[in-house]
Design a protein around this ligand. Structure first.
Ligand code: AMP
Ligand code: GLY
Length: 435
């Protein structure tokens, strides 16, 4: 069957790579894709904002399943439009996507259905928000209600920082209308883990646990990014804790969504803080995580396309009855190679070298994000050029987390482009915990 993947990151590359191994899959298209995805899929340069054009493409190319990578088209209702046209699509509809697109929606749902999360207040007036901060004190967390490309959260150590965040979000409108409302919430402490599940609203099948590294520099210093590396599984989440997260967070959320009259089909991602009082939700995403996917998917032995079809068609119980998902028992780690300056301003168009050497290392996978194909000036040969902030995501598998990390960093060291930077401490905290 013919499959269409929407998106252009390393997450989508990992999905396309895995789908290309499916016995059910005859051809993959990716819109818009990136330099590396062209190896497994035909990349088509269309906009992800024009749903009618995407529907026409899916019809013309006889696509059996469209898979949505990023949150923006989900929040804008792409699933509803595809379904109106009787086209199968993997991902939640617009109402369900509010779990990520509106943090206020998510927080009220959690409150109503007794899902553990930080205590919070919602404000639509900056003066009220500032008064509350003055009374409540710091540390606290200021969050824009809507989508803000992963930048809408400020963990404020002081009252001044929190007030500044309110001014920037609500008065200077740095995120436009996304911060018409803000949440001010209790600052939680602990370690973070990402728990992703497939659900068709009837059945839930968890993916393997993982941990992201959001800050740009080693030792969790510097600003938040889209994610600088991940590994799976994480020893932070024992079998018992996993069950607790499923019971108290995942099942309650899906039951709550259903009680609100909403159907949820796709991946549900819970960002969890493991506090001394138990696991609490930091955020929900309505899609695969990036870079978590690049650490999880290489460990998946089952057919991804089969599972996605079952999710989209509401037949996940069949997958469950036939034993659920099968995982490689090895660890997988991934390290993101970013452009100099990311997550701030960065240059593009730098030649990337060392990709083949990295790829040839056993148990290493190179997933592209911000890359495009260019030509070497001297001889016209094909080269990969940088075209985004997060450029590559290198994944390595190993029998232990240490071995996975060794493989990954061995490959990362082969890669070069002007300004390259990456964290050197992915998985370090987990290693310290287990050794
Ligand atoms: P979010 O986009 O809501 O996941 O927030 C991004 C990051 O901000 C999270 O991964 C946490 O590191 C941090 N964060 C969010 N909410 C809180 C909170 N209530 N307490 C402490 N840190 C938080
Ligand atoms: N890894 C964080 C995210 O995908 O939002």
């Amino acid at each position: 069957m013919r499959v269409l993947v929407l998106g252009s990151g390393a997450r989508e590359h990992a999905l396309v790579w895995k789908l290309s191994h499916s016995k059910l899959c005859s051809k993959i298209f990716c819109i818009p894709g990136n330099g590396g995805i062209t190896e497994q899929a035909e990349c088509i340069n269309l906009s992800l904002d024009n749903f009618e054009e995407l529907v026409t493409f899916a019809r013309k190319e006889k696509i059996t399943l469209t898979i949505v990578g990023p949150e923006a088209p989900l929040a804008a209702g792409i699933v509803d439009i595809f379904k109106q046209h009787k086209l199968a699509i993997f991902g939640p509809n617009k109402k369900a996507a509010q779990l990520e697109a509106s943090k206020v929606f998510a927080k009220f749902l959690m409150k109503k259905y007794n899902i553990p999360t930080a205590s919070f207040e919602v404000f639509d007036n900056p003066e009220e928000a500032k008064k509350y901060i003055d009374k409540f004190g710091a540390p606290c967390v200021v969050k824009a209600d809507g989508l803000a490309s992963g930048k809408g959260v400020v963990v404020a150590k002081t009252k001044e920082e929190a007030i500044e965040a309110v001014t920037a979000m609500m008065e200077k409108k740095i995120f436009g209308n996304a911060a018409n409302k803000v949440i001010i919430e209790e600052c939680l402490s602990g370690q973070e883990a990402s728990i992703l599940v497939f659900t068709d609203s009837r059945e839930v099948i968890p993916l393997a646990s993982s941990q992201d590294h959001k800050r740009v520099f080693d030792n969790d210093q510097g600003p938040n990014t889209g994610g600088m590396g991940a590994y799976s599984p994480t020893p932070l989440v024992s079998h018992k804790l996993f069950q607790e997260i499923l019971e108290k967070i995942i099942y309650r959320t899906i039951d709550g969504i259903i009680k609100e009259g909403i159907v949820y089909q796709g991946v549900l991602y819970a960002g969890i803080m493991i506090t001394k009082d138990g696991p609490k939700v930091l955020e929900f995403n309505v899609r695969f995580g990036d870079p978590e996917t690049q650490a999880i998917i290489p460990r998946l032995r089952s057919d991804l396309l089969e599972t996605m079809l079952a999710t989209a068609f509401g037949t996940l119980s069949k997958v469950k009855r036939s034993g659920g998902l099968n995982w490689d028992s090895r660890y997988c780690s991934c390290v993101v190679c970013a452009s100099g300056g990311y997550p701030g301003v960065f240059e593009k168009g730098k030649i990337i070298t060392g990709l083949e050497e990295a790829q040839h290392i056993k148990d290493v996978l190179v997933f592209h994000a911000g890359t495009c194909i260019g030509q070497q000036q001297s001889d016209g040969k094909k080269v990969f050029l940088t075209s985004g902030g997060r450029v590559l995501s290198i994944s390595g598998l190993g029998r232990s987390l240490r071995e996975a990390l060794q493989k990954t960093y061995q490959a990362v060291e082969k890669i070069h482009f002007e300004g390259i930077h990456y964290r050197r401490d992915i998985g370090a905290k987990a290693l310290a915990m287990t050794s």
